[in-house]
Unconditional design. Structure first.
Ligand SMILES: Cc1cc2nc3c(=O)[nH]c(=O)nc-3n(C[C@H](O)[C@H](O)[C@H](O)COP(=O)(O)OP(=O)(O)OC[C@H]3O[C@@H](n4cnc5c(N)ncnc54)[C@H](O)[C@@H]3O)c2cc1C
Lengths: 413, 497
């Protein structure tokens, strides 16, 4: 195995050019926190970006930060936290789920994987906060796209493609992100004992209200079995929890919590979680700790299912029942984390047929390597879209040097 | 006309009658317009200094027709320019002499309103405002609100990634669309996304948004709708100096407040707007800020008080706070009518659209004033202050020899200043033809080549809207060529493990 550790963007360019010349595919790694996600790749050469770790420019009043892609996310978060700012899309920490060292990986990995947390329903995902980037394409050329201001429509928005491309289009070397003020206060309404369908209705009502809900999750009682930590602390045996988050000034959050509780009075009395306990609960939901790699479902494959939010409750309930698995709902039902008992194809066949029927898609986020070799980790696309995606890949990386085969089994993407 | 468009293809023009007949086979009746007189309304868009009659106008009404028209054009090497309402300010919908102008105006249906999933499915010719009107009875709205919202279409909004005064808090078009149906130049119909919060695979929706009609023709759109905030109130704050107003904007953001909208006008713009709508704007100030806070009443009251304190600290000379919905709308009336208001004080005006880092606002305005003297042309500035998006309106008279050229040169210099100050050429109006030749000010050849490679993935023959966005056209074969240097690894000095 060969690992190259470039010191700057020019090194990255050189490394990719050489790889192109040698027809040697490269695996792109930031801090490697999510290496266990995706199709296993057929390459033994690593491009390790961890030395590109500088904060280039942080301007709180402009709401922007420019950083090199290998910078540890934890460092960047504590820097902007010192100015009371945040990345509004709540990037997930996959370490509990994947059983890796406790760190959130690199900025580049965060964008390339594009896994956003609970606030996505209000604030969007990494794609919505990536304002500009410099990256090396599979042509071995350093290019820039976007800008360093919050509003820009100059040229194609290649940032959108880089976000969520899992390193298969270009190696990002530097990115400019939008940062947002942290809310002063947060309050969470907690409803107990709803079944998944009722909870889905309650979340739909909350998200359709004017109370600016910034998190809407449902945790069935059985999924919480054995859950420790923040969720264990507020949970009761075999009772589900439905959580609705309100953020803003203290007066506003409290006021909206009251209004929302009245709106949802038919769903039972609501308890109120305040700042720290609320934050801890949402961090656990974001990081899917009930399905942690050291928990009771350590050996179960984990799926990340995205579907139209109002369809979530009924879909998840049936899926859990039929597969004897467990589910957790975020995004008001629009995101379902499913832990399914191990079977040969990790239930890919059945699950995908069902999720397509409701207009959704599913990604296998955790599974043993042999399973990930045997099934499509990312949701297979209809032929026309798949062909277009392949042409997009070709337009960035014609020799399939970058993360060959990571997104589409047995192909170049 | 100073901007060169691609040379018309004589062989296409020679086949005009045959092409029109074939198109009539696909789109019957009034859907194909070929007489010079009837094509006049399609000759230009909102960038009115440029006009060009198309070879033919086609107005399909189904996706199938769009697909057949595009396939026919593809197979016969005919260029196509998509058009919504034709309000583009950058010339995005300017026709080509040898091209089909494909108007989406007949796609006017709202196909589905799904309140539970907070999504609306519409045809591309539906106007921006019509979406909000269709859902407001239930307390919902579609957030991006370009000033042209009565007229502009959602298809055009997607193509331009349009913004509006509320995009500071609620995002641009790209942050508010979930999916679309798009027809490629080959005629192939592709569906992307739907009612899901997030799509699978590469974010094609993200790159189609803002692609200015160069990647495909949008035939259906799914947008996200939001619940209207409980209340909204606005402050109207005057300053004796632009610098103080700029500082106020920075301090509001610095205090962690993201207003629903935060707009600035300079003295000439204030005067023009006041004369037009009588909104009660103070006439003795150099800069006016309109700041809107929205949310629950208690929050709005609290934030209004905080913003007022900040404004006073920054040296505001006047401050009015709306106490009724009517008054709030009056504050906005002048700002929203700023373009037509300026149209009254000058025979012609050119609307620019650069973005700068907010902190550079005083410097940018000083530079614009210098340029105004240099070019001997007046300028009024309206400004999405919250996100640094400038709209200098250059005043000129197209009937005076040389003034149009001078106005364009002035505008180009303003955009150069924006880039020099760390900003960009366009914040929301798009590149089109207007800023096309300035793209190298912001992007290197390699940057532009990578964008054009993406274009090749969608439209390998470059038939969709050529002449827009990119200053030079390359053949896809040439762009896709990979120059392999040597066989040996030339990076011996990069640290390895
Ligand atoms: C008075 C005035 C005020 C304005 N205010 C704002 C503002 O506040 N914010 C803002 O962002 N813009 C503003 N604009 C600019 C303009 O309204 C927007 O760019 C708008 O989105 C254009 O929509 P349209 O339907 O008129 O598109 P057109 O002008 O017809 O076309 C614009 C571009 O979109 C392409 N296109 C159109 N429809 C499709 C389709 N279905 N598929 C593929 N491509 C398509 C065209 O080829 C062209 O490149 C303003 C314009 C005017 C005249």
């Amino acid at each position: 195995m060969d690992t190259l550790k470039p010191r700057d963007a020019q090194d990255v360019e050189q490394a990719v050019r050489a790889a192109v010349a040698a027809e040697q595919p490269l695996e792109i790694v930031g801090l490697g926190s999510k290496r266990a996600i995706g199709q296993p790749m057929a390459t033994n050469a690593l491009l390790d970006l961890s030395a590109l770790n500088a904060v280039v420019n942080y301007e709180p009043n402009e709401l922007i930060i420019t950083v090199q892609s290998g910078a540890p996310l934890d460092d960047v978060l504590s820097l902007i936290d010192s100015r009371n700012q945040q990345l509004a899309f709540e990037p997930i920490d996959t370490s509990a789920l994947l059983g890796t060292a406790a760190q959130r990986g690199s900025i580049g990995g965060m964008i390339a994987s594009g896994l956003a947390g609970p606030r996505r329903i209000k604030a969007g995902a990494a794609r919505d906060h990536l304002l500009g980037a410099e990256a090396v394409s599979g042509f071995g050329e350093l290019f820039k796209t976007g800008g360093k201001v919050v509003k820009n429509v100059t040229g194609y928005d290649l940032c959108k493609l880089l976000a969520g491309s899992w390193g298969t289009l270009a190696v990002m070397t530097e990115v400019t992100l939008k940062v947002m003020p942290k809310p002063e206060a947060e309050r969470t309404l907690l409803l107990r004992g709803l079944d998944d369908v009722a909870a889905g209705r309650a979340m739909t009502a909350a998200l359709g209200s004017p109370y600016d809900v910034s998190g809407a999750a449902h945790l069935p009682g059985s999924a919480l079995r054995g859950a420790g930590g923040a969720l264990g602390a507020i949970g009761k045996p075999e009772q589900s929890m439905t959580l609705l988050r309100l953020e803003g000034t203290a007066t506003s959050a409290a006021h909206r919590a009251g209004s929302l509780a009245r709106l949802l009075a038919d769903y039972g009395g609501a308890e109120l979680l305040e700042d720290t306990s609320s934050a801890a609960a949402w961090a656990a939901i974001r990081d899917v700790t009930p399905f942690a790699a050291d928990g009771p479902r350590a050996l179960w494959p984990i799926w990340r299912i995205v579907c139209p939010p109002a369809a979530g409750g009924a879909f998840g309930q049936t899926l859990a029942r039929d597969s004897q698995g467990e589910v957790i709902y975020d995004w008001g039902g629009g995101l379902i984390w499913a832990a399914l008992p191990p079977v040969a194809d990790a239930n890919a066949g059945v699950l995908r047929k069902r999720v397509e029927a409701v207009g959704g898609h599913a990604m296998l986020i955790r599974a043993p390597e042999e399973t990930r070799r045997a099934v499509d980790v990312f949701h297979p696309q209809p032929a026309g879209v798949a062909a277009l995606n392949a042409r997009v890949k070709q337009s960035f990386d014609p020799k399939h040097i970058l993360n060959r085969g990571r997104m589409v089994r047995g192909t170049a993407s | 006309m100073t901007i060169q468009m691609p040379e018309p293809d004589a062989s296409v023009l020679a086949r005009r009658d045959e092409i029109i007949a074939a198109l009539r086979e696909i789109v019957p009746g009034e859907g194909v317009i070929s007489s010079a007189a009837e094509m006049v309304p399609y000759e230009s868009d909102g960038l009115m200094a440029y006009r060009q009659p198309p070879m033919v106008v086609v107005l399909p009404s189904t996706t199938k027709q769009v697909s057949q028209v595009l396939k026919y054009c593809h197979d016969n090497g005919i260029r196509v320019v998509p058009r919504g309402a034709g309000t583009s300010l950058s010339g995005g919908a300017l026709p080509l002499a040898d091209g089909v102008l494909l108007g989406l105006g007949k796609f006017k249906r709202i196909r589905e309103i799904d309140f539970d999933n907070r999504a609306v499915v519409v045809e591309p010719g539906v106007t921006n405002l019509a979406i909000t009107q269709a859902v407001e009875h239930a307390g919902f709205y579609y957030a991006p609100d370009p000033s042209s919202q009565i007229a502009c279409t959602i298809g055009g909004n997607i193509a331009e990634n349009s913004g509006g005064v509320h995009c500071l808090k609620y995002g641009m078009t790209t942050n508010n669309v979930l999916g679309c149906e798009i027809v490629l130049i080959t005629g192939e119909i592709i569906k992307i996304g739907g009612k899901c919060t997030e799509n699978a695979g590469y974010d094609l929706m993200g790159v189609i948004t803002g692609s200015e009609g160069l990647l495909g023709v949008i035939t259906e759109v799914t947008v996200r709708i939001l619940r209207k905030p409980e209340t909204a109130r606005a402050l109207m704050v005057g300053f004796a100096e632009i610098e103080a107003a700029g500082r106020c904007v920075a301090e509001i953001i610095g205090a962690g407040i993201i207003p629903g909208g935060m707009e600035m006008m300079d003295k000439p713009a204030i005067h023009a707007a006041e004369a037009f709508v009588h909104a009660g704007y103070p006439l003795d100030v150099e800069a006016l800020l309109i700041i809107e806070l929205d949310g629950p009443g208690v929050e709005v009251d609290e934030l209004i008080a905080r913003v007022e304190t900040i404004a006073q600290r920054c040296g505001s000379t006047t401050c009015q706070i709306s106490t009724s919905e009517q008054q709030r709308l009056l504050f906005w009336a002048g700002r929203k009518a700023a373009f037509p208001a300026v149209g009254r004080i000058s025979p012609d005006y050119l609307c620019m659209d650069g973005t700068i880092p907010r902190g550079k606002l005083p410097e940018a305005l000083a530079r614009i004033r210098q340029l105004s003297e240099k070019y001997q042309l007046g300028v009024a500035n309206v400004f999405h202050a919250g996100d640094g998006n400038l709209h200098p309106l250059i005043l000129y008279d197209a009937n005076k020899p040389g003034e149009t050229d001078r106005a364009e040169a002035f505008g180009a210099d303003i955009l150069r200043v924006c880039v020099e100050l760390g900003g960009v050429l366009t914040g929301e109006h798009g590149v089109g033809i207007e800023k096309r030749d300035l793209m190298p000010e912001m992007f290197s050849e390699i940057d532009l080549v990578q964008q054009q490679r993406l274009k090749c993935a969608f439209d390998a023959d470059g038939l969709l809207n050529p002449g827009k966005v990119f200053p030079t056209l390359h053949r896809c074969a040439e762009l896709g060529r990979l120059h392999v240097r040597g066989g040996k690894l030339p990076f011996a000095d990069i640290p390895r493990f």
